[in-house]
Design a protein around this ligand. Structure first.
Ligand code: NI
Length: 136
């Protein structure tokens, strides 16, 4: 059920908000505000190490010495958090790996950071989602 409430803000902030709405193609202020609030609450849940699902994506050069082995080894260390991994051979040098993860936000973030920190990994990214409930 939707509830209404009134929000007060400065002209300039409201102007920025309306520009944000246009840029992101929101239908109205309510929808934009709901998304922003959800985003912030999810962020807080990450910090609280609640259960999340996430996607880690990596681009790396498989010719880099032992990188492929390190990427695989790290994933075995986190086998409890990894749901699936898809490997795409982008071209002669580059590989794209997309890893779907589920677990405590802290663990998921540690895995993403460790993978991204490996020498030869480019464009490492992590996105997380939470339903607000325990996933297990
Ligand atoms: Ni490959």
């Amino acid at each position: 059920m939707l509830k209404r409430f009134t929000v007060s803000m400065e002209d300039t902030l409201l102007e920025d908000f309306d520009n944000f709405i246009k840029e992101h193609h929101y239908q109205n202020r309510s929808e934009a505000l709901r998304d922003l609030i959800r985003g912030r609450i999810i962020e807080k849940e990450w910090q609280a190490e609640k259960a999340v699902m996430g996607v880690i994506s990596l681009v790396y050069d498989h010719h880099q010495h032992q990188l492929q082995e390190k990427v695989t080894e790290l994933q075995h260390d986190y086998h409890n958090q990894i749901v699936s991994t898809t490997h795409v051979h982008m071209d002669h040098h580059n590989c794209l790996e997309v890893i779907i993860v589920r677990g405590k936000a802290g663990e998921v973030r540690r895995l993403a950071d460790s993978l991204t920190a490996l020498r030869g990994v480019r464009n490492g990214s992590l996105s997380m989602s939470s339903t607000g409930k325990d996933l297990h």
